[in-house]
Design a protein around this ligand. Structure first.
Ligand code: CTP
Length: 416
């Protein structure tokens, strides 16, 4: 046990309150509670992290349920994982029972035994820096629990697996090791590095599903410099689920000044997947298990990368209507992928011109306003709205009243 405590750490007061509250409740329930995982690591590195994972030595579900009753908040129980979530002081807090894991074979999801100790629970984790805990009650209240020398590794910038079967048990840790090393500018300690290389040689990563690899890559795409991480994974042949020669660099689309920030992981996915040959791409994407909303944006982005560069070639910024028509339906992620990945400087300027001056231009009035003015419902409503949009794209400033008048006069012409 290490004597480090959270005294002197710069905690937001709401988090300290949450920990005090959970600790006191755990005392009353006579169970041991501690914070585990990324939160403790990041707290010690003085980095903000609001993912609070609590491990209870005992059954976490009734614990979370009675705590939520006392706090008068909802408790969401996830039976499949035997975990629960409560929102305390505006923050989501996850509760899990301490567990032991056994891996039946390489790449399998583990068989879980509950009724374990906090030490068992910490031992099943990926790296020593992620196997630190913060006790919330009992005699070690607010002390760091460091069974596996994670504190030293954190101080020395080392990624160290907990045991020699770690990468075999869970090959996603190969991806996590590279991701954490880049994020914190750490390195794998020599034995871990040897085990990493052995696991790669034994092709253990091929034994996990593309879905699990995709989930790891989505996390990588949220890091600061995904390009470097992807290149390291490529060199290590950890991208074999994606048979193509990927050359990903860090993307930058700040020039677009988009009001609606694109989802950065989706932008990276668009660029990454564009390397795959068209005939295998769809079946790979279908097996990746990405959320449907992300999938739609990826399809839009890939379509944009294929078509837009050619379509922009003979188009000038002054041709507002054509530029608008070309880009209006594209999602922000597709625009971001275009400018940071596929277009030349001249065409980038056209997309930037669109996002700065044209994007979002639309009539003040709606179809309902026109109907309220006595115009019959029908396809001409759309024609009127498109005509007004074109006037505005041409630089006309129109009040709502003027738009209505224009609408009525077009309708009159159509009718006569
Ligand atoms: N964990 C693990 N093996 C994995 C995934 C997760 O041991 N393959 C454990 C680690 O203890 C990790 C914790 O589960 O700290 C939470 O996992 P996750 O939320 O994925 O990672 P974080 O460490 O919180 O990292 P991040 O900051 O990227 O969210």
């Amino acid at each position: 046990m290490n004597k480090d405590t959270i005294e002197g750490m710069n905690f937001p007061p709401n988090i300290l309150q949450i920990f005090t509250l959970i600790g006191e409740f755990a005392d009353k329930q006579n169970v041991k509670a501690c914070v585990v995982g990324g939160f403790v690591r990041d707290m010690l590195l003085q980095k903000a992290n609001y993912d609070i994972d609590i491990v209870i030595e005992g059954d976490a579900i009734p614990f979370a349920q009675s705590l939520s009753k006392e706090l008068n908040t909802d408790c969401h129980v996830f039976d499949k994982f035997h975990t629960a979530k409560i929102c305390i002081n505006g923050l989501d807090v996850d509760f899990a029972s301490a567990r032991k894991e056994i891996y039946e074979y390489v790449g399998a999801l583990p068989t879980v035994t509950l009724n374990a100790t906090a030490k068992d629970d910490l031992f099943r984790r990926d790296f020593t820096i992620n196997a630190l805990a913060l006790a919330l009650n009992g005699e070690n209240r607010f002390q760091i629990i460091d069974y596996f020398n994670g504190l030293d590794d954190l101080k020395n910038g080392l990624i160290r697996v907990m045991h020699e079967k770690s990468f075999e048990d869970d090959p996603t840790r190969l991806y996590r090791a590279v991701r954490f090393a880049h994020r914190f500018n750490f390195r794998m300690e020599p034995t871990t590095w040897q085990l990493y290389k052995q696991a790669i040689k034994a092709k253990v990563a091929l034994r996990i599903s593309i879905k699990r690899v995709a989930a790891e890559l989505t996390k990588i795409f949220q890091e600061k410099h995904p390009g470097k991480i992807i290149n390291q994974l490529k060199r290590a042949k950890l991208l074999s689920h994606f048979p193509c020669n990927i050359e990903l660099r860090d993307l930058n689309y700040d020039c677009l000044k988009l009001k609606e920030a694109p989802d950065v992981a989706t932008v990276y996915w668009i660029c990454f997947l564009s390397f795959l040959q068209f005939n295998i791409r769809n079946s790979i994407i279908a097996n990746m298990g990405l959320p449907h909303s992300m999938r739609l944006k990826i399809d839009d982005g890939l379509d944009a990368l294929k078509k837009i560069p050619k379509q922009l070639l003979d188009l000038h910024c002054e041709d507002h209507i054509r530029l608008f028509d070309l880009l209006e339906k594209r999602c922000p992620e597709a625009l971001a992928a275009l400018v940071s990945f596929s277009l030349n400087k001249e065409n980038i300027n056209k997309v930037v011109y669109y996002t700065k001056h044209l994007m979002g231009i639309k009539p003040e009035i709606t179809g309902k306003d026109l109907i309220d003015e006595g115009i019959e419902a029908g396809p001409h409503i759309r024609t009127i709205l498109e005509y007004i949009t074109e006037l505005k794209l041409d630089g006309r400033c129109l009040t709502k009243q003027e738009e209505l008048e224009i609408g009525k006069s077009i309708y009159k012409n159509i009718r006569s």
